[in-house]
Design a protein around this ligand. Sequence first.
Ligand code: NAD
Length: 509
Amino acid sequence: MTKIKEVLHRLGLNDKLNKAVFNGKIYSGRGPEFDVINPSNLEKIASVRFANAYDYEDCISNMEDTKRRWAKTPMPTRGLFLKKLAVNLTAKKYDLGYLLSSEIGKTLKESYGEVQEFIDICDMAVGMSRQIGGTILPSERSNHVIMETWSPLKNSVGIITAFNFPVAVFGWNSAISLLCGATQMVLGSQSASLTTLATQKILVDTLKECSIDTGIATLCQGQGPLIGGMMSNDDRFDVISFTGSNLIGSKVATKVARRFGRSILELGGNNAMIIMDDADMDMALQSVFFSAIGTTGQRCTSLRRLLLHENIYDSFIEKLNNAYSSIKIGPATDPDTLCGPLHSKKAVDLYHDTISVALKQGAKSKTNLDLLNSFQAGYYVRPVLLEIDHYAPIVHEERFVPIVYVSKFKTLEEAIYLNNSVGHGLTSSLFTKDFRRAMKWMSPDGSDCGLININTSSSGAEIGAAFGGNKDSGHGRESGSDAWKQYMRRGTSTINYGNSVELAQGLVF
Ligand code: NAD
């Protein structure tokens, strides 16, 4: 038996046809079949059968049946379920990571790290289960008090995830949403169907083990426009948490807004790292390298724009180029691989198109472009550094491939201006040893991104902090800090414990 077959078997899947819907009671799937191809060798791993509209309705009706019971379950009890889920995910960490690596081409180390994110957020949710509270506020009226209370949503949460983080984004949303007493439906990316299904199986098995009604967590894996479209229009979802491209995100946001629903939008990024001439160059180089190459440039937080101070421009590029020439490109499940394949043929086409458009817009390559087509079967590409005027139109787009645009600046003010000049506002990093520059970077005159890093890479967030961006990156926040508020219903209560009626603003009526 091949390794992938063994892994599928241990995860409750097979290498033939897998039903990709969990409707709250059984695994189903009455929609089209979809072949899952390993981007590292173009071999078929297995097939899945997607959902159709009937499967979708079954998921909804099973969630509807269970939602009040789950909402009434005490939060610490919900937390105990997440504690068990963390244990079960830990037991399956390496199998789930291996499948993720085989299905989307993320290297093994990064895939294990991604599963760990789900484990970490479960751990965090267990702690939160005994801590989430409301605020008590002073009232302007005598013998009055104002309290904010947080209750489970009336309806469900819909979670739509992107191909590049099918486990982590599933995990961030599920752990917090389930903790907050919501029922949920997940739609994963087609490219990550098996991984999404395997993750769901661990969740469902844990619900059964804890004797919790499995209708609280459904999976309606299928074609994005069909299932995602129905979810966005359906007012049985109070919240749609969408992670993906701006193109699809804007469709989702419009539909959800039209019915006055709430959307959490985690969209694209066009992330810059700024290296000042006083920076620790070894740290900067290591961090730039990770942000540029990690997940083959397919992270929302991947480095797209490298801004180098003019005094260190040539020397930094030379060192970076040396590092680039040592990158081991190869199958994602080979433990020595640093850079796996892209996840799809479409992504490879986008990569070549990006280079040709950039060259037409005046880019000069710092990488040997002759080597680009020297690969065997698999969606492999070579990470590229392109020197280009920051005002070239292509620099202002997110293209989800390992291409970094390099440009030079003279002052921090100019670098901040360039950082903020694009539509996206997800993540950004400044490398400096100067405390005043670091503080300016974080100040209102600094970076306008959601993530404003100093002396660390643009990639690699921790679950404890609220993750998300500003501007075209969507303003959504998932995972830590107070992101839980988006998965709950806020009530504000004014309580009069006196013996007379007093109106606000001193009104006499
Ligand atoms: P995508 O937009 O193509 O797909 C995302 C999801 O949308 C998939 O699950 C897909 O099935 C679904 N979908 C497709 N059509 C739909 C429709 N009409 N209505 C509703 N849902 C639909 O994105 P992708 O290629 O999977 O992921 C890459 C993108 O995601 C990049 O732009 C990246 O920056 C972004 N991303 C953002 C974050 C973040 O946290 N900000 C994290 C990961 C990825």
